[in-house]
Write a protein that binds this ligand. Structure first.
Ligand SMILES: Nc1ncnc2c1ncn2[C@@H]1O[C@H](COP(=O)(O)OP(=O)(O)O)[C@@H](O)[C@H]1O
Ligand SMILES: [Mg+2]
Length: 281
């Protein structure tokens, strides 16, 4: 559970507007950036000099063999790694131009702005409706909203992930009883009342069958533009179908990055070529 230990009195929008105005150009905006990022679990270095730029509004893929540090990198962006006690991080991480280790960064606000979706759909074993409003409750926003406002947020969030038509009469259904595709879409929907700017997805389709995978991919494409999406996938075809830009990681380092199509058609590094061609994992 996210603790409200550092509460910034300003609203999420106010903070992000301020960050927007102060730090970013309007063209080719960068939502996520790392500069010489290194991370150790105890003595083991899992990220080595990672310099990444993720453009706003795009779907960016993060690929590489198991254990190369993809999930670790993803977890850096909402400062979740530091929940593990033995983690040391050096270098810089910026979200919308703001260094997330600055002393004035409010962790709950950061985690609202940077939502995360996991491999296995993990809705809470409560109703569909309560799953959507859960984030508002833990961020202490629930009580400042009227019942109608909350109902509207639930409807809007479900519409945004194309679940409204199928679930509008099942809002009291326990979310864990839904089909897996619906569960994963619900896990995306429940981020939306918090107005995230960035959605991190860690192999979000690997528990889904082919048709559910396609449905979630279609959803991601709809969400792109309004949100910046960084998705870890071990499915090369998926990376190629949905991402505009891509990072290839190996043993804690980014080996190559750039436009996905370019990387798949003519990779610069022979190791990227090997991985894409299936000669690694
Ligand atoms: N909490 C942790 N404590 C210690 N080592 C970890 C932890 N999480 C991941 N690692 C190690 O860091 C490396 C990168 O892991 P991970 O980021 O999960 O890779 P990927 O997502 O690419 O499979 C692996 O060698 C893994 O064993
Ligand atoms: Mg992983």
């Amino acid at each position: 559970m996210i603790t409200n230990d550092i509460i910034d009195p300003r609203s999420n929008d106010e903070i992000l507007n301020e960050i927007d105005v102060n730090n970013i150009e309007t063209e080719n905006r960068i939502s996520l950036e790392t500069n010489n990022l290194n991370l150790w679990y105890g003595d083991f270095q899992a990220l080595i000099d990672v310099n990444a730029r993720v453009k706003s509004g795009l779907i960016t893929g993060l690929i590489g063999p198991s254990g190369c540090g993809k999930s670790t990198l993803l977890r850096c962006f909402n400062r979740v790694n530091e929940r593990y006690g033995n983690v040391t991080t050096t270098g810089q991480i910026k979200i919308m131009g703001k260094n997330i280790y600055d002393s004035d960064v409010c962790l709950p606000e950061l985690r609202k702005a940077v939502g995360m979706v996991f491999q296995k759909p993990n809705p809470l074993p409560i109703s569909v409706y309560e799953n959507i409003v859960f984030g508002l409750r833990i961020h202490n926003e629930y009580n400042s909203l009227s019942r109608t406002e909350i109902d509207n947020l639930v409807e809007l969030s479900l519409k945004e992930v194309f679940l409204w038509d199928s679930l509008k009469d099942k809002l009291k259904t326990k979310a864990t009883n839904l089909q897996l595709e619906q569960q994963q879409k619900l896990c995306i929907a429940r981020l939306l009342p918090l107005k995230p700017q960035i959605i991190l997805m860690d192999e979000p389709c690997s528990a889904l069958d082919a048709s559910a995978t396609r449905a979630v991919e279609e959803l991601m494409k709809e969400l792109a533009g309004r949100y910046t999406i960084l998705i870890v996938t071990h499915n090369m075809a998926q990376a190629r179908r949905i991402s505009e830009e891509c990072f290839f990681m190996l043993l804690g380092k980014i080996v190559e990055s750039g436009q996905t199509e370019q990387m798949f058609v003519s990779p610069e590094d022979p190791r990227t070529d090997d991985y894409i061609a299936g000669r690694y994992a």
